[in-house]
Design a protein around this ligand. Structure first.
Ligand code: DGJ
Length: 722
């Protein structure tokens, strides 16, 4: 049993294979958090509260004590789990315990993406009902232990059981008070083409906010945060992590009080979400996935990877090998016609690529990025036989066909906008701010959702399309639904996300054979919310392999390699101008869902040969990359060399990926040590034929020789000797 309740002590003990999370109901009905950390034996942990008791009369219990369901106004001064303005105009909420139940399995969250189970035996859920006596607001705090995955998921269902309206001005999905004030915070910061760079900052006594107000999880911050101890490394030490299963504006952070209590929280961004909760209404917060590790950051990431790969991603492509693709974007941009596309596809087939993806520019009159979004009708000037004709010709070559869409957007210069100028997010009488010369369709409106579902579905029905790239290329401004009453306008951003999730659910269920990849100007919406609908995401528009080392390394903190699109593009690289070899580009892209994004007709015969060899190498290891265990060995944020490793699920294959940024004259060969091999088993290096015991590779290491020159890579595949 992973959830136990001791009625004598009023303590709930939730435990996975490696963690415990303990709650206690105080005599006054407050819900207290006693502990989150390494797995504990059953015990009465009430004595731990002594750490926080006593103190000057300035600070009340709400401030000093580790209260789980915090709200403001009665002594707590940080970011609250719940904040609601009532009919009297104050925002006091005093939630007290009412009841609880423990269920097998995991209830779904209405309209929201969430981790799921395949049978009730995989999880247990604790629902604690709290109530504010004066307003009748109730909060069902939902905790699910996925024991096999060693994670805890949390969300909250608020219900207005009172008579008057309530305005929710702040809700979080998790807010955990923890003992101590010597933590550091890891978060993933970035920008376009620089996504998810690993930041580690001392928390000390500070309140830190990591957030997006952009209406997307964003390039700038990711809804992932982890508290760690100063001595935590990739392989040792403690980490307490939270990741939000949500794709819109969020807020995460820390609040530290002056008596050694640090809170870590995550949830919707209260600045952009206000919700009118009328009498009888319910509101469900997105899910937070909590992971604890006392074996460093790699162990933390592995728990997220395993969970997301098999209990967040869904459908046929969850477990199927992902196709090696070629995408024409950086090869042609908008300048293509059928002949050019068929030429790229023909060459791609020669190097054994499996899927051709036609990117932006196939519809309306889109010769530049200034028009036609919303008009999902093929441009016959470029493709005289339509999408169907092109797809069939590509299929005849032996390649599958995929297509790009940006369904959430509308160009002011489009038939759709001319017909429905009010369908975009806007405020009457104010400027509609454009970015990339486009506006955002208001997906909080049902008619707009229905339009998108039908427009995309019509194209998918019309041709043999096996893959969809779902792009989204700007953030929200004037983010208001013009049909909502004034009191509900601030609900727009969250209603938009609920609308987007409905659209995606309808489309992915109607086309279960199609592989969907999400994208947002590269990795501007790389989050667990979208992975529920689309099992892979375009990681970044930056395809420079040197940059990609950092981007893929940072992304792997929370997301598995099977979620990351990774392509080989041209050299010099279009984003940075850096020149790198085909091998380096390929051996970085090998660490995700591999593809090409260049004009193959411009490659030298040697590069084409290398490209073909790379495709074969990808196929030999993709099962391991996509379904195996990933380990970060050396960080690109620290030294000249970067390394990571993949280990197949059956532990028969290990792949060492090693990279060297700058050449060093007359330098000793650096040794790379592998992880998780069997000490006594023998492993054969498939290239050199040399055989080593696992223990030797793990402890003594392998000297790796790189070619001369900057930006070098080696991918070394080991097979266990039978
Ligand atoms: C942004 C994406 O990240 C690119 O890969 C490409 O699809 C362009 N949009 C097309 O407009």
């Amino acid at each position: 049993m992973s959830i136990l309740y001791d009625a004598k002590t009023s303590i709930f003990h939730l435990s996975g294979t490696g963690f415990s999370y303990c709650l206690k109901i105080s005599p006054e009905g407050q819900l207290l958090n006693l502990y989150w950390g390494a797995r504990l034996p059953q015990a009465d942990l009430s004595y731990l509260l002594q750490s926080f008791e006593g103190g000057a009369s300035f600070d009340m219990e709400e401030y000093r004590m580790p209260i789980e369901s915090v709200s403001r106004g009665s002594g707590f001064f940080g970011a609250p789990l719940v904040q609601a303005v009532n009919g009297q105009g104050d925002d006091l909420t005093q939630l007290r315990y009412v009841s609880h139940e423990i269920l097998s399995g995991k209830p779904a969250l209405a309209g929201l993406p969430a981790v799921y189970t395949e049978s009730d035996g995989e999880a247990q859920t604790l629902i604690i009902k709290m109530r504010d006596a004066l307003t009748g607001l109730t909060a069902n705090l939902q905790y699910t232990v996925m024991e096999g995955y060693d994670v805890l998921t949390r969300s909250m269902v608020l219900k207005n059981e009172g008579q008057g309206d309530l305005l929710l001005t702040g809700t979080q999905s998790a807010n955990v008070p923890m003992y101590g004030d010597d933590y550091e915070l890891i978060h993933l910061h970035g920008g376009w083409a620089r996504e998810r760079s690993v930041q580690r900052v001392p928390v000390g006594k500070a309140s830190i906010r990591v957030q997006s107000l952009r209406g997307a999880s964003s390039h700038e911050q990711n809804p992932f945060v982890a508290l760690v101890k100063p001595d935590t490394t990739e392989f040792a030490g403690e980490a307490w992590a939270m990741n939000l299963v949500y794709s819109g504006s969020f807020q995460a952070g820390t609040d530290v009080n002056n008596r050694a209590l640090t809170r870590l929280f995550i949830g919707l961004n209260p600045e952009t979400n206000r919700w009118l909760l009328a009498s009888g209404d319910t509101f469900t917060t997105p899910e937070a996935v909590l992971v604890y590790s006392n074996q460093g950051l790699n162990a933390m990431s592995r728990k997220y990877h395993a969970l997301y790969r098999s209990r967040l991603c869904r459908g046929k492509w969850r477990d199927a090998p992902r196709p090696v693709l070629i995408n024409n974007w950086e090869g042609t941009y908008f300048d293509f016609n059928e002949e050019k596309i068929l030429e790229i596809a023909r060459r791609a087939k020669e190097i054994e690529v499996e899927l051709f993806v036609l990117d932006d520019g196939w519809f309306g009159k889109r010769d530049q990025d200034n028009c036609s979004l919303g008009d999902w009708v093929v441009d016959r000037r470029k493709l005289p036989d339509g999408i169907d004709g092109l797809a069939k010709k590509i299929n005849e070559m032996g390649l599958k066909f995929g297509l790009w869409f940006e369904p959430e957007m509308v160009s002011p210069n489009s038939d759709l906008y001319r017909a429905h100028p009010d369908w975009c997010l806007h405020v009457e009488g104010r400027k509609r701010s454009e970015a990339r010369q486009q506006l955002i369709l208001d997906l909080s409106r049902k008619e707009v959702q229905d339009y998108i579902i039908e427009a995309v579905s019509a194209v998918l029905r019309s041709a043999p399309i096996s893959y969809v790239k779902w792009d989204m290329n700007r953030n929200m401004t004037e983010a208001f639904n013009c049909t909502l009453p004034a009191g509900r306008k601030m609900e727009t951003q969250h209603r938009y996300m609920l609308g987007l999730y409905r659209v995606l659910e309808e489309i992915v269920s109607a086309f279960p054979e199609v592989l969907f990849e999400s994208c947002s100007g590269g990795g501007g919406r790389f989050d667990a919310g979208l992975l529920y609908y689309m099992p892979q995401t375009w990681t970044s528009d930056d395809t420079d392999p040197v940059e990609r080392l950092k981007i893929q390394y940072g992304t792997s903190m929370a997301y598995p390699p099977s979620a990351m699109g990774a392509h080989v593009s041209a050299s010099p690289n279009h984003q940075t101008g850096r020149m790198t070899s085909m091998r380096m580009r390929g051996e970085v892209a090998i660490g995700g869902n591999f593809g090409f994004e260049l004009d193959l007709s411009k490659l030298s015969p040697e590069d084409l040969e290398t490209a073909k060899a790379l495709v074969r190498e990808v196929k030999a290891i993709r099962q391991t990359v996509q379904q195996g265990t990933f380990t970060r060995l050396l960080s690109p944020f620290e030294g000249n060399c970067t390394a990571w490793q993949f280990m197949s699920a059956d532990r028969e294959q290990a792949v060492l990926c090693a990279y060297k940024r700058l050449a060093e004259p007359d330098a000793a060969l650096q040794r790379f040590t592998l992880r998780d091999l069997e000490e006594e088993a023998l492993y054969r290096d498939q290239e050199s034929g040399a055989v080593y015991p696992g223990g030797v590779l793990m402890h003594a290491g392998l000297p790796v020789k790189f070619d001369r020159g900057d930006y070098q890579s080696r991918v070394i595949r080991f097979e266990k000797v039978k």
